[in-house]
Design a protein. Structure first.
Lengths: 387, 387
């Protein structure tokens, strides 16, 4: 268990700041990790990603195992070199995407067989292969393979699935090549059932991991139900290890997660939203296709220091998204990632000075300014696609 | 005729170096101007465009008059501020796009009425309105409105069209608001007919412009025919004014144009190619979808200093284009524009030291290394679209 060093540096209620040190540098927590699915954070250069303040990115085993292949990436010097990201990289295990993207899954105790969503080719993922792939990629933080159940599953099915994931977690631990600066995280499962979550946490702690993730959330259960699970799970996790809430979330989810003691988050939301004309700001979410922006010389967010906010007007960003210009996706992604990192930095600061509760209240109050725009395109220009 | 200052600084045969000074800074010639059709050089930030060495960009009156509208851009502070490009901007007159993109054109002596390709709305463009729009945009270099004929037109039709364009050129000159650092260029027309081109040049010189463009080329006539026209036209243009070959071209066209005394070029080729997986290099053109790049750790062009070449392998660029990642378009566009600027800088240097002929020979000899890849996708990966 000497793979990753984690040190808690300050606490404020359940929230804490910390520093996780990997072979490719540190990550200050609570941290948001941008998602670089196919070895690229979509529409961003690595320099720009780092410039937003991000220290660690996430990349996806499922996508990379299908294309270009982990053995190829290893031959080319590993994922850091391949994609020119010198900082820490966390890779997921591929499990979630096998369940959400792949076709014709066939699962048993050994692992899961599936067809690629790209070309129909057949692939197999086992706990051992998931570790092997992530090791070939050169991940700093490796995730165990787990099974994902749906919210609709009954409790017995959730329990069976969780127990399978725990057996797989143990096999992952056995397969994982321990080395300095590289670590393996377990994933707590158990759906919305506190007793199953508790059994899962206990099983993982018994195996022993560099960090503990909470999986199977942000899948439609709602923020309140998610926070209830966090309240139960975090209390059972060791204080000296990082806690990672997978696939979460909206800005308000991050604030609620940090308040409950979460140290790490990842989500496609800021990047995907940047490609679908949505901007997150200190005052709520903006739909940049809305015609109200057409003549607005103001920046997206007057308090933001990102290039989209310091160099362009809302009118220009509106023009870019109406014309479906790539620069529109580039600038909105840049802004959204910058905003997410600013939010995490503000929470780290608030924890350090013991004002996180007040910060969270002010955050919630400020978020409602633009709520009328959250629900849709509103009075959107009727213009068609540009060439 | 005090709008733009142009000074020839060195000559080598017909080729020359010079400096054109505008209200927004200088442009060293021979120059290639990247195209920023809709107030953005596609897939590039303005900082990145400037970083390639580009000093002046082109933007399109037709696209901007339809969306977001020149009056709106003027209210927002002009095109330079709108798109955050502090350097010189040349705008075309909109004529070429009216003929190539718009529907239901109706033309008479006064101008042309057409329907927007975006939403079918009816617009009118006259010589006076073309000048008005470019003035609202704040163009440093304004182009006269001309009519475009097809290669297939018979000589009488080409002559009629050229004469109409000359009458429009005179109206543009009358309508153009003279001011320091801003200039108006005439456009020589006349198809492939040397006598008509001569009449056109003579008419424009009689009116008097800050610079002289050569229009109606690179429309399928072939490089040899184009060079023949240049040979005839350039000899008739004043030596103390910049000569601009519109919409050209491939790297070899630029070299041939410079050898014949052309000072300015623009073309969508490097940017469009960057979005269609093509890379221009010192050794010819590469199709980055070709499977031969899959395992290649080498850079795109070992002699190029752009981010795509210094930070990534061909294998990674191949991966990005196969996965249809936006970063692929960003990096290939960046490289192509960088390469075009490097080529122009190398020619400016060669002119200064009197070695342009030798440079052109070495250029032609080096271009054939990759010709087998120019013709198509070759052994392209069969992988499908990514999510």
């Amino acid at each position: 268990m000497t793979g990753l060093t984690f040190r808690v540096t300050a606490t404020d209620g359940l929230a804490r700041t910390g520093r996780l040190t990997t072979a490719h540098g540190p990550m200050d927590t609570p941290a948001f990790m941008p998602v670089g699915t196919a070895a690229t954070v979509k529409a961003m250069t690595p320099d720009a990603v780092a410039g937003t303040g991000a220290q660690c990115i996430l990349s996806n085993t499922y996508h990379l195992m299908l294309r270009p292949g982990p053995e190829r990436i290893e031959r080319l010097g590993g994922l850091h070199k391949f994609m020119n990201w010198p900082g820490p990289i966390l890779t997921d295990s591929g499990g979630y995407q096998v369940w959400s993207l792949a076709d014709h899954r066939k699962m048993d105790e050994g692992g899961v067989e599936f067809k690629s969503h790209l070309d129909g080719s057949v692939h197999h993922l086992s706990p051992e292969r998931a570790i092997d792939i992530q090791t070939l990629l050169g991940a700093d933080i490796t995730m165990v393979l787990d099974e994902c159940t749906t919210l609709a599953a009954d409790k017995d099915a959730v329990a069976d699935s969780m127990q399978l994931s725990m057996r797989w977690a143990e096999r992952c631990k056995t397969a994982f090549p321990e080395r300095g600066g590289h670590g393996l995280f377990g994933i707590v499962q158990g759906g919305l059932h506190d007793d199953l979550r508790a059994q899962s946490a206990e099983a993982l702690i018994g195996i022993g991991f560099d960090g503990y993730a909470i999986g199977g959330l942000s899948v439609g259960e709602g923020q309140e139900a998610m926070f209830t699970v966090l309240d139960g799970v975090v209390a059972r996790l060791p204080e000296d290890r990082p806690r990672y809430l997978m696939g979460v979330g909206k800005p308000a989810d991050l604030v609620g997660g940090v308040l409950r003691g979460i140290d790490m988050f990842d989500c496609v939301l800021p990047t995907r939203s940047g490609r679908t004309n949505q901007a997150f700001t200190r005052h709520g979410q903006l739909n940049m296709r809305n015609a109200r922006h057409k003549d607005d010389p103001a920046p997206l967010d007057a308090d933001c220091g990102c290039p989209a906010c310091t160099q362009y007007s809302r009118a220009y960003l509106h023009h870019l998204v109406m014309a479906k210009e790539i620069l529109g996706a580039m600038l909105l992604t840049w802004h959204n990632l910058h905003y997410y990192q600013d939010l995490m930095a503000a929470m780290r600061h608030a924890i350090t000075v013991g004002t996180l509760t007040a910060f969270a209240q002010a955050f919630a109050a400020a978020q409602h300014k633009y709520t009328e725009e959250e629900t849709g395109n509103g009075d959107v220009d009727s213009e068609l696609n540009s060439n």
